[in-house]
Design a protein. Structure first.
Length: 182
């Protein structure tokens, strides 16, 4: 069996897919949270905007500052990771320690957990929304968000991203997905 090619530079199509899925998830999630208005009234607008702000900051500021600067792609000349955040990290953060890269998944409020929270939060709130305010439209939003999360974790990460990543031998998620030996 052939081993997966490790990418020094991910194809532009992979980067666009990864980031568009991320941004679309955050936007739909924020939009979905507006439907908490039956409980929270106009406060649902604040919740939706705070969620969107939190998610974008977590993904596009915290990750480059706390995770990407410790990644091998930060150090690679002309390297480009699946998210492209190594380029942003070089502009925002000083070079970190590669031995700190696995720490991205340590602690309750680690960057990885916050990232997963940003993806799961609107889905969990969606259950509440559907229980108290069911409509076919809202059900479809829940299905879309859940499908995007499922595609991310079962297709994009293991088949498109992590399997080709140069960091897969030290990344805790790559180990959990079993892609290190592929």
């Amino acid at each position: 069996m052939n081993k997966a090619e490790l990418y020094k530079r991910y194809p532009l199509s992979s980067i666009l897919l990864y980031n568009s899925m991320t941004i679309i998830h955050f936007i739909i999630g924020s939009w979905f949270l507006l439907y908490l208005d039956f409980i929270l009234g106009k406060t649902s607008i604040v919740i939706a905007l705070l969620y969107l702000l939190f998610s974008i900051i977590e993904m596009y500021i915290v990750m480059p500052l706390k995770v990407c600067n410790n990644c091998v792609y930060y150090r690679l000349e002309n390297g480009l990771c699946i998210s492209g955040l190594n380029i942003l990290s070089k502009r925002l953060a000083k070079k970190g320690d590669p031995s700190d890269f696995p720490k991205r998944a340590i602690g309750a409020f680690c960057p990885n957990n916050l990232y997963v929270f940003s993806l799961v939060f609107p889905i969990l709130c969606g259950v509440i929304i559907l229980i108290f305010n069911f409509s076919l439209f809202l059900f479809m939003l829940e299905i879309i968000l859940f499908s995007m999360l499922t595609i991310r974790f079962f297709i994009i990460f293991p088949r498109l991203a992590c399997i080709h990543c140069l960091s897969k031998f030290v990344c805790p998620q790559a180990g959990q997905m079993g892609v290190r030996e592929k």
